[in-house]
Design a protein around this ligand. Structure first.
Ligand SMILES: Nc1ncnc2c1ncn2[C@@H]1O[C@H](COP(=O)(O)OP(=O)(O)O)[C@@H](O)[C@H]1O
Ligand SMILES: [Mg+2]
Length: 234
């Protein structure tokens, strides 16, 4: 069974003269346990797709199966539950609470799903921040803040990690480090990862590349030898 199966998925914004067809009749299968990249230019519908997959928004038409569960038929409450327990999100902006230290930021989300502070601490160790757990966001670099946000996303051991251009605001070296952390999580936990980018170079670290253009899937290709983040030229 696939992780996700998309059938005739469409998403429109607005109406009349301002109608935008952000996703157009998308059919797609994403297998379990992969590091998949969604590659496309700005405005091609990447974030829209990710929002649908993460149950943050509803499609205009079509269906998304998660395993064999039709998540497009979920009620508001079921959508919230799905986001909380099943999905880890990482965005370009870190969205950390400034008055909470790193550990408290991660605990804030683990508490919501009934996990212990130990789970939060373990996640911070995993992203290489064991010596920064008492630091506040303002005392951390951009890359470190992004790693706190990754720790927050993985602490609950989600089935999928949905990442929307998480290296978009980072410089080269820091971006590489964040990609390495994600690769390591993928390797060690077997977490399925869906990573959005407009960078052809970053796409080379994926094992599947899904190309989007104007809301349509152009191709889905397998990388025979995914690169390590260190091998990527930015
Ligand atoms: N909330 C919204 N309201 C109206 N149009 C939107 C909204 N979100 C995205 N769009 C439009 O949908 C298209 C796809 O956007 P998006 O999914 O954000 O693309 P990407 O993430 O690839 O840059 C763009 O034309 C964008 O302007
Ligand atoms: Mg986007």
């Amino acid at each position: 069974m696939n992780l996700y199966t998309l059938k005739a998925l469409s998403k429109n914004y607005g109406e009349g003269d301002s109608l935008v067809r952000a996703l157009r009749d998308v059919y797609l299968e994403i297998p379990h346990g992969r590091f998949a990249v969604v590659l496309g230019a700005s405005g091609s519908g990447k974030s829209t797709l990710l929002n649908m997959l993460g149950c943050m928004d509803r499609p205009t038409a079509g269906q998304i199966l998660f395993g064999d569960a039709d998540i497009t038929a979920y009620s508001k409450r079921e959508m919230t539950q799905f986001r909380k327990t099943t999905i880890g999100f990482v965005f370009q902006s870190y969205n950390l609470l400034p008055d909470l230290n790193a550990l408290e930021n991660v605990e804030f989300s683990t508490e919501m799903v009934g996990l212990s502070p130990a789970d939060a601490e373990r996640a911070l160790v995993q992203v290489g921040l064991s010596d920064r757990i008492k630091h506040f966001p303002g005392q951390l670099s951009g890359g470190e803040q992004q790693r706190v946000s990754i720790a927050r996303a993985i602490a609950k051991q989600p089935k999928v990690l949905l990442c929307d251009e998480p290296t978009g605001a980072l410089d080269f070296e820091t971006g590489i480090m964040v990609l390495e952390v994600l690769k390591q999580i993928h390797r060690e936990q077997g977490t399925s990862i869906l990573f959005i980018t407009h960078s052809q170079e970053i796409a080379k670290i994926a094992d599947i590349v899904i190309r989007l253009r104007s809301g349509e899937i152009m191709s889905v290709t397998e990388n025979e030898r995914p690169l390590e983040p260190r091998e990527v030229e930015w």
